[in-house]
Ligand binder design. Structure first.
Ligand code: TYC
Length: 111
C-alpha cells in the first residue's frame, strides 16, 4: 500500500496552520482461493475443455493444457479468485456437470 497524506485531527492547533501528518488507511488484501478440477474416469475430455473455456475464460489451447494436466496428475488449477468469486465458479461448474450427468468435481482451497 502507498501512504496516504492528508490532514487529520492533528490539524487543529492555535496557529491556524494545519500540521500535515501521515495516516495509513487500513486496507487488507482479501484472502485468495485456488479453484481446482479433479480427474475422474468418465467425464469426456472435450467437456472439461469446454468448462475451462466457459467458466474460467481460458483459450482452447490453455484449456486443453489444463485438462491434460488434470488427466495425468489427478488435480489441476483453473484460477485463483477471492472467496465469493471462487465459490461462484465452483457452483457453476458443479451445476453444469450435474446437468450433463458427468461426475466432474470442482473444489476450492485457500492459497
Ligand atoms: N480422465 C478423463 C477421461 O479420460 C478426462 C478428464 C480430465 C476428466 C480432467 C476430468 O477434470 C478432468 N475421459
Amino acid at each position: 500500500m502507498t501512504k496516504d497524506t492528508r490532514r487529520n485531527d492533528k490539524d487543529d492547533n492555535d496557529s491556524g496552520t494545519g500540521v500535515v501528518t501521515k495516516t495509513r488507511p487500513k486496507t487488507k488484501r482479501p484472502s485468495m482461493y485456488r479453484v481446482l478440477l479433479l480427474n475422474d474416469d468418465y467425464t469426456p475430455m472435450e467437456f472439461v475443455v469446454h468448462v475451462l473455456e466457459r467458466f474460467f475464460n481460458k483459450t482452447r489451447d490453455e484449456a486443453t493444457q489444463i485438462m491434460l494436466h488434470v488427466h495425468h496428475h489427478g488435480v489441476g488449477e483453473c484460477g485463483i479468485y477471492t472467496y465469493e468469486v471462487a465459490e461462484t465458479k465452483v457452483t457453476q461448474v458443479m451445476d453444469f456437470a450435474r446437468r450433463h450427468q458427468h461426475p466432474l468435481q470442482c473444489v476450492m482451497e485457500k492459497k
